[in-house]
Design a protein around this ligand. Structure first.
Ligand code: MRU
Length: 336
């Protein structure tokens, strides 16, 4: 009945579990980024859908779960895994003789599948990493952003586990600092050497020959291989091409959306201006605080994602192998 989520808004300062008692509360957690990251959003959305089936009254059962599905889908528009999960739980449950049981089982299956796929992404991606490599990553696509393992960070964890000597440049990732807060915390926990760099520093380090490979995650991949990921990813990809650095995207096939023919079809979430106007953190006394860091009377634009065209991407690391970002390769991959 309850969904337990690591409250990512408090990390790395405080480890706290958010207990969601009903599907509306899980929607709140997704919208307010208590849980965030493509796979984690997907798993949470699947469980929110299952909660809705549990909560639905006998009379008006269908209307209730249908309305709940829309409510869950309205929380965050870009992450494809959210829609994959709501549809999978909803349709398997309404077509079953035991809808509630099926909804719970399907939600759990989606979470297990995510963990399994991300582990395989780690194994395939590890083949790209040689000992001594310096890797740049953007935002957080590690074990917090998925059920386990993560995508972009999964090859890094595997390489580290196999004893390879690696170093990670962690893009801070404004405005919410998922890199500086979450990726850095994960890497510290895994005892992987790393440094946080400001978002604007990528080209500098690339030009100094200090980065060998870039691996990022994805929130949605279009049928032609264009990729939506955290704002700033596109800039890194352009710089990587300029300096001849391989640029990889890691994502499970559940992130591919064939209904989006190209990147322009992917909806980009516009988030609250307060994410740019304020910064939250801890004071010297380790008290969580929020301070204003920009001119309050200015206009603010806050797109959460951008689209990296396929031509900038060296390859997509999936649970089924590494492919070229093209319509053909994606079709073949999904047919397998
Ligand atoms: O807005 P978020 O934090 O949910 O964004 C998702 C991301 O972390 C990324 O864009 C990520 O690099 C790929 S999905 C984990």
């Amino acid at each position: 009945k309850y969904v337990f989520l690591i409250n990512q808004n408090l990390l790395p300062f405080k480890f706290n579990i958010f207990t969601s008692k009903n599907h509306k509360s899980t929607c709140y957690a997704i919208k307010n980024m208590i849980v965030r990251g493509a796979g984690a959003i997907g798993a949470a959305a699947g469980f929110a859908m299952a909660q809705a089936f549990l909560e639905a009254p006998k009379r008006g059962f269908f209307k209730f779960v249908e309305t709940a599905k829309k409510r869950i889908e309205n929380t965050r528009p870009t992450a494809q895994n959210l829609f994959y999960a709501t549809n999978k739980v909803f349709y398997s449950a309404i077509n079953s003789e035991k809808p509630v049981k099926t909804a719970i089982e399907t939600a759990q299956k989606i979470a297990d599948e995510d963990a399994h796929n991300c582990k395989l992404i780690g194994e395939f991606g590890n083949k790209l990493i040689k000992s001594g490599m310096r890797i740049e990553t953007h935002c957080n696509a590690g074990w917090l952003a998925f059920v386990d393992y993560g995508t972009a960070l999964s090859p890094i964890y595997t390489a580290n586990m196999k004893g390879k000597d690696i170093f990670v440049y962690v893009d801070e990732t404004r405005p919410r600092n998922q890199g500086g807060r979450l990726t850095a915390w994960e890497l510290e926990n895994e005892k992987i050497r790393h440094s946080i760099i400001v978002d604007n520093a990528g080209a500098y380090f690339m030009s100094k020959n200090m980065i060998d490979i870039i691996i990022v995650g994805s929130d949605r991949i279009a049928a032609n291989g264009d990729v939506a990921n955290k704002i700033g990813t596109f800039e890194k990809a352009i710089c990587a091409k300029e300096f001849g650095i391989p640029f990889y995207v890691a994502a499970p096939t559940t992130t591919i959306d064939l209904n989006c023919k190209c990147g322009a079809d992917i909806p980009i979430e516009e988030r609250d201006k307060n994410e740019i106007l304020y910064q939250s953190g801890v004071s010297d006394k380790f008290k969580l605080t929020k301070v204003m860091i920009a001119n309050p009377k200015s206009g603010i634009l806050n797109p959460a994602f951008d689209i990296t065209p396929a031509k900038y991407i060296t390859g997509i690391i999936t649970e089924k192998g590494i492919i070229k970002p093209s319509r053909n390769s994606i079709q073949k991959l999904l047919a397998n």
